[in-house]
Write a protein of this length. Structure first.
Length: 232
């Protein structure tokens, strides 16, 4: 603390670069001002030389010409000095940028080191395996729920279709029953089909009463076969 109070605080490299950058910029500005002053003086000398030459004062013209040559030499030197100082300033700026990049890389490296220390690879693999397993379970549940919903919705449709089919079958059975009854009792409903039905019944059984019983049994067998088909 005592040394710091006597000699001041020790500056960091970044602060030193910043200070040198400011000093170089200040020198460049001063050189520009001096060069502008010399250029104005040069123009004034040219005007004065022309006046002295018109008035015939050749000695003064020679002296002023020498002064003009020296002034132009100083202007060239100032321009060269400015170029050199500007090159140095660019190098300082480059160093400053490199130092900033180094600090940034240092911070990133430190952050990566901390992240690598905190990162547990086996734990991460376990987490990924658990995630994959839970995802598969969720997919299976969604598929089961979708199938259940489809079955419920489809069951209602199947029930309606079943009722329609049963109605159609019953209608067809009713028509067949009418035909069979017409064949059995031709005199009651359809007299014009009586002879054909009686001939078939008599030819099959050999008599009137036996023909009626055979037709009834055949009809019952068909109904039973249809019922067995619906049960299957």
């Amino acid at each position: 603390m005592a040394l710091a109070a006597l000699f001041g605080r020790r500056k960091s490299p970044e602060e030193m670069l910043r200070q040198n950058q400011r000093a170089l910029n200040k020198v460049i500005r001063e050189l520009d001002r001096e060069r502008a002053s010399l250029e104005r003086q040069e123009k004034k000398l040219v005007v004065d030389i022309k006046k002295m030459a018109k008035s015939g004062q050749m000695e003064a013209v020679k002296i002023m010409a020498k002064d003009l040559v020296r002034t132009r030499g100083f202007v060239k030197k100032f321009i060269l000095m400015r170029a050199n100082i500007q090159a140095i300033a660019l190098k300082v700026q480059t160093l400053k940028s490199q130092a900033a990049m180094a600090n940034a890389m240092k911070g990133v490296t430190k952050a990566l080191r901390n992240m690598n220390k905190r990162l547990n690879l086996p734990q991460l693999q376990n987490i990924m395996m658990q995630f994959e397993r839970e995802s598969e379970i969720m997919d299976l549940k969604e598929e089961t729920i979708s199938d259940t919903i489809d079955d419920v919705i489809g069951g209602e449709d199947d029930e309606e279709e079943t009722e329609v089919i049963v109605s159609q079958v019953l209608d067809e059975l009713g028509i067949s029953l009418d035909h069979e009854l017409s064949d059995i009792t031709p005199g009651l409903e359809k007299p014009h089909l009586a002879s054909t039905g009686q001939k078939k019944a008599v030819a099959a059984t050999g008599g009137g009463g036996g023909g009626v019983g055979s037709a009834t049994d055949d009809l019952q067998a068909r109904l039973d076969q249809l019922r067995r088909g619906d049960d299957d």
